[in-house]
Unconditional design. Structure first.
Length: 268
């Protein structure tokens, strides 16, 4: 019996040419995870899919089929704000494409993660300029956008089983000491730093404990943003360095295209 899905909340992560008139859409859905959908005729000027299948916009999708690539039957706008235009819009779009590339790199197909989907939806809303939850800082500044991406990276790693518990040392299971420094190591997880040498990147136990508590919240992305908000610029930079190494290792060791694009733009 052919599976049919209707009204599924989704976002387009990427699409690529399938034929002269059709495309394959990689979509992130709330109840079915990442799915591949054949949008037949989507490249035709008269196609109903053409103006709808845009990245970083909330959609409601319908499809059928049981093969690896299903047949897209319908797509409509799911509501919510649009990405801003201008220079700020360019920064927001780049951040959104970065999140999309992470999902494509780390998520297996047909593996649902409702909490991660809800976190991604909140990330897209806040990058578009919508008000932050609980009256937090707006995401039109670079530091606050960076904090949102760090929160999303943490949630993605936790939901995919790639992030160890952050309230104890990974190898010894010893509880974290609030004032001690700890680092994420690809070989050993969360490790206490050697007092005899200055760590290249580390955070105090209080930071890790706050992150672990936030990851257990009902709305983890919002809780992570609140946890990171009072951090110093140095602590935020340290988290970025630690997560960048962790993502590089677990993402197959290949640089992300969005990171390379950002480096090229900064070099102009």
């Amino acid at each position: 019996m052919t599976t049919r899905v209707t009204g599924e909340p989704a976002y387009v992560l990427h699409h690529y040419d399938w034929s002269e008139s059709s495309v394959i859409v990689e979509a992130f859905t709330r109840h079915h995870g990442r799915v591949a959908l054949a949008a037949r005729g989507a490249k035709k000027p008269s196609s109903n899919f053409r103006p709808v299948l845009l990245p970083m916009q909330a959609l409601l999708l319908a499809w059928s089929g049981d093969a690896e690539v299903r047949n897209l039957k319908g797509a409509e706008w799911g509501g919510g704000p649009m990405m801003p235009a201008g220079a700020r819009g360019g920064d927001a779009l780049l951040a959104g494409y970065y999140a999309n590339e992470l999902l494509l790199r780390l998520l297996a197909r047909d593996d649902p993660h409702p909490r991660l989907f809800d976190g991604y939806a909140l990330l897209m809303q806040t990058l578009s300029g919508a008000p932050m939850p609980s009256g937090g800082e707006p995401l039109h500044t670079q530091p606050s956008r960076a904090a949102a991406l760090r929160a999303f990276e943490l949630l993605l790693l936790r939901e995919t089983g790639l992030l160890p518990a952050l309230d104890s040392a990974t190898l010894t299971f010893a509880p974290l000491a609030a004032g001690a420094l700890y680092r994420l190591s690809p070989e050993g997880g969360l490790l206490a730093c050697d007092d005899r040498q200055e760590p290249t990147a580390a955070l105090p136990g209080t930071c890790w404990l706050a992150l672990e508590q936030a990851l257990s919240a009902a709305a983890p992305l919002a809780a992570l943003l609140a946890a990171i908000a009072p951090w110093t610029p140095r602590e935020r930079a340290q988290l970025r360095r630690l997560l960048r190494t962790w993502l590089h290792v677990h993402g197959g060791g290949q640089p992300l295209k969005t990171q390379q694009l950002l480096r090229e733009l900064q070099a102009l």
